[in-house]
Design a protein around this ligand. Structure first.
Ligand code: ADP
Ligand code: C5P
Ligand code: MG
Length: 214
């Protein structure tokens, strides 16, 4: 990789399908050309706080994220350096300090997460901004199902968290930033028409970078 990578931001509310869209894009592009960093991996470490206290943290506030570390990692990737991406444990509500994932600098870097447009420094680093836009009722239904199956939650806990922090945060920190998006993908992960268009663009950018390299 000799040129500056292209940075694609994929955002949207919880349960909108961001992670599914991201997966669909990376699976359609050769692995050696694309890397991903998820803002979720940069939730602050809380291993020094008792578990009961961690349950009271507001995970839908910009301050819940270590965006300084995320931005510094993104800069490293832009400058051709690998990074050690943190691993987050949603069941324990803290970083898994035993593990990291090595992320390599590649032609395309995808940054995916709920509040990547809210941070101006991060927003300004994104070359293409995609907002996955899914109705609130669908998002909460998906979240209930996913959080029970994958994140060790109960129906009551998901509903309570949704009403107290997730919903107000969506209105304050996520929805207003849709105006910065270049592309809006309705419904998320299985919108194959939209995903195919983005993948075609990504492939053409990779091709033009390869041509410049030689
Ligand atoms: P996010 O990362 O935005 O929170 P996910 O990609 O994890 O959302 O999607 C939440 C849940 O909804 C997952 O279980 C996923 O399989 C499902 N999902 C995503 N996109 C769609 C879609 N277009 N139709 C139906 N289910 C979807
Ligand atoms: O993948 P998704 O966009 O849903 O991830 C962000 C969501 O994860 C936030 O809405 C936040 O409420 C939730 N979260 C959580 N517990 C944590 C960290 C994040 O429920 N410990
Ligand atoms: Mg996700």
């Amino acid at each position: 990789m000799k040129n500056r990578p292209l940075i694609i931001g994929i955002t949207g509310g919880t349960g909108s399908g961001k992670s599914t869209v991201t997966k669909a894009i990376i699976e359609s592009v050769p692995e050696e050309n694309i890397s991903v960093i998820e803002q979720d991996a940069y939730y602050k470490d809380q291993s020094h706080i008792p578990f009961e206290e961690r349950l009271k943290t507001n995970y839908d506030h910009p301050l819940a994220f270590d965006n300084d570390l995320l931005i510094s990692h993104l800069n490293d990737l832009v400058n051709g350096k690998s990074i050690e991406k943190p691993v987050y444990d949603f069941e324990k509500h803290t970083r898994n300090l035993e593990k990291t994932v090595t992320v390599y600098p590649r032609d395309i870097i995808v940054v995916e997460g709920i509040m990547i447009l809210e941070d101006k420094r991060l927003r300004n680093m994104l070359d293409i901004k995609i907002f996955v836009d899914t109705d609130n009722d669908i998002r909460i239904l998906r979240r209930i199902q996913r959080d029970i199956e994958e994140r060790g939650r109960t129906v009551d806990s998901v509903i309570d968290q949704y009403l107290t922090t997730v919903r107000p945060a969506h209105m304050q920190f996520i929805e207003p930033y849709k105006r910065y998006a270049d592309i809006i993908i309705p419904e998320g992960g299985y919108n194959t028409v939209a995903i195919d268009i983005v993948v075609a663009k990504v492939k053409s950018i990779i091709q033009s970078k390869v041509n410049k390299d030689y």
